[in-house]
Design a protein around this ligand. Structure first.
Ligand code: HEM
Ligand code: PLO
Length: 485
């Protein structure tokens, strides 16, 4: 087609005036599964109406790659919704801000600051190992107790992000940390879940429990962020950069000194605050969730856990702790992490994209302003691409010799791709590897004897949450009597 736009008309779910296709989605809290199943009737690419918004649902990797990579810029917009506008003060962050020159600058800045502070830095590895050691200490002290590992994992991950962003950390039972746990859960439960307010903005005028909870939680979060920000601004002298917050302040200062920003293109305090809020929120919720899924799958598949431990015993032994440089030595652990990210994608529908111009997907024309939802669940469970997709099998990510990891299918995008690809992929992978390696070197994770295996069903939301479960962390036989590190 000469204009680059498709010619076909996309099949759409039936829609009623005002409510759109809502009736077919209502009563299905697991939206990713509902959209996955609707492929049977409408094909892998179809349209629907959420109230007055036209939404295109992408369920195959070919179309997903076309949207994210080949036509990344045409689909780089984000929708404005009531809840994400509240979270990001009208899109002043990175994740929920639409594409534009200021967003591009802001993203570049964070990318640079993260590379300087995080990825590849020895300091960051040290911080993660410090938290891994503290996590192991807690597990060691809770021997033979049926433990809810969630708050322990959250604290470990929070402390990494906190050190990175604010050069600070929390002790067990710290009231500020407890407050953070509570507000973060409230935000995860309410934000961006295509709740009624996001579909019908005018419903805002009516009392809404979700919205009230979100506002309450955001008040607590904003106070906390503001306090850190003020402390940093007061202490900042432009010479020493202690953390990401300082790095952002410094890059803003340099940019302003070199050429004063054009009106409308300046990074206000709100922009910096919301950006750190994103890194903090994404940094904690995503990595913690993956760790919980990993532990849950290890309880269900003890043979996988045993294989990881055998690999570690052989390649690392007991005389030293695992390092990041051990990653190539532990392909089975790496493959297990890849498989967890496949089978339970943290962000099952990514964050919705929006088309910025009339464009196309495959042979179908897509109008400007359409919301595009990439169903990562469908991409990762496509039977044409994955052998027994519901089976947890880390081996599928290994070559024949079991020595190197690779993806057996291109239908794998746990961090998205293209212009909007995740900013924290490197950091997240460092943390997942080190935390799991440290814990599994010492402990075997088991389901408490008197309890059934916990459910593998996720709870849909802005991240795919794990239901609460308890674990017994048993010190491995080989460690009894050993006192290393
Ligand atoms: C966006 C996955 C960890 C920061 C995303 C997206 C996915 C994703 C799927 C959406 C891409 C899209 O909309 O097309 C993950 C997974 C993680 C993880 C699976 C952990 C295993 C992190 C961490 C950080 C982070 C640790 C912070 C350092 C972000 C940001 C965005 C994002 C800022 C928004 C990017 C944009 O809109 O331009 N992530 N993420 N993520 N992630 Fe992550
Ligand atoms: C998590 C709760 C925090 O309090 C606020 C927050 C900020 C950024 C969000 C994150 C939450 C959830 C996961 C998100 C992240 C930005 C990118 C990431 C949506 C809501 C993913 C996986 O796309």
């Amino acid at each position: 087609c000469p204009t680059g736009t498709g010619t076909g008309r996309l099949r759409s779910l039936p829609a009623l005036p005002l409510v759109g296709s809502l009736l077919q989605l209502a009563g299905h809290p697991q939206l990713h599964l509902r959209l996955w199943r609707l492929q049977g009737r409408y094909g892998s690419l179809y349209g629907l109406w959420m109230g007055s918004h036209y939404v295109v649902v992408v369920n195959s990797y070919r179309h997903a790659r076309e949207v994210l990579l080949k036509k990344g810029k045409a689909f780089a917009g984000r929708p404005r919704t009531v809840t994400t506008d509240l979270l990001s003060r009208g899109g002043k962050d990175i994740a929920f801000a639409s594409y534009g020159p200021l967003w591009k600058f802001q993203r570049k800045l964070v990318h640079a600051a993260l590379s300087m502070f995080g990825e590849g830095s020895v300091a960051l590895e040290k911080i993660i190992c410090r938290e891994a050691a503290s996590l192991c200490e807690t597990l060691g002290a809770a021997q033979d107790v049926a433990l809810d590992m969630a708050p322990e994992l959250t604290r470990a991950v929070t402390n990494v992000v906190c050190s990175l962003c604010f050069n600070s950390s929390y002790r067990r039972g710290d009231p500020e940390f407890e407050a953070m746990l509570e507000y973060s859960q409230g935000i995860v439960d309410t934000v961006a879940k295509e709740s009624l307010v996001d579909i019908f903005p005018w419903l805002q005028i009516f009392p809404n429990r979700d919205l009230a909870l979100l506002k309450r939680c955001l008040k607590v979060r904003d106070q906390l962020l503001q306090q850190k920000f003020t402390e940093h601004k007061e202490a900042f002298c432009g010479d020493t950069v202690r953390d990401l917050m300082d790095a952002l302040l410094q890059v803003r200062l340099n940019a302003e000194n070199n050429s004063p920003p054009e009106p409308g293109l300046e990074l206000t305090d709100d922009h910096l605050l919301m950006t750190v809020g994103d890194i903090f929120g994404a940094g904690v919720e995503t990595t913690t969730t993956v760790l919980k899924w990993a532990v849950l799958y290890l309880l269900h598949y003890p043979e996988v856990q045993k294989k990881i431990q055998e690999e570690m015993d052989q390649k690392i032994g007991l005389a030293r702790h695992p390092h990041l440089s051990d990653r190539p030595l532990l392909p089975y652990l790496e493959a297990t992490i890849s498989e967890v990210l496949r089978i339970r994608p943290v962000s099952p529908l990514l964050i919705p994209h929006v088309s910025l111009a009339d464009t196309s997907i495959g042979e179908y024309s897509i109008p400007k302003g359409a919301r595009v939802v990439i169903n990562l669940w469908s991409v990762h469970h496509d039977e044409k691409e994955w052998d027994k997709p519901e089976e947890f099998n880390p081996g599928r990510f290994l070559d024949e010799q079991g020595q190197h990891i690779h993806s057996p299918s291109p239908s794998y995008l746990p961090f998205g791709a293209g212009i909007r690809v995740c900013l924290g992929e490197v950091l997240a992978k460092m943390e997942l590897f080190l935390f799991l390696a440290w814990v599994l070197q010492r402990f075997t994770l088991e389901c408490p004897q008197d309890q059934p295996l916990p459910s593998l069903e996720g709870k849909f939301g802005v991240v795919l949450q794990v239901q609460k479960f308890r674990v017994k962390a048993r010190l491995r036989e080989v460690w009894r009597g050993e006192m290393v590190g």
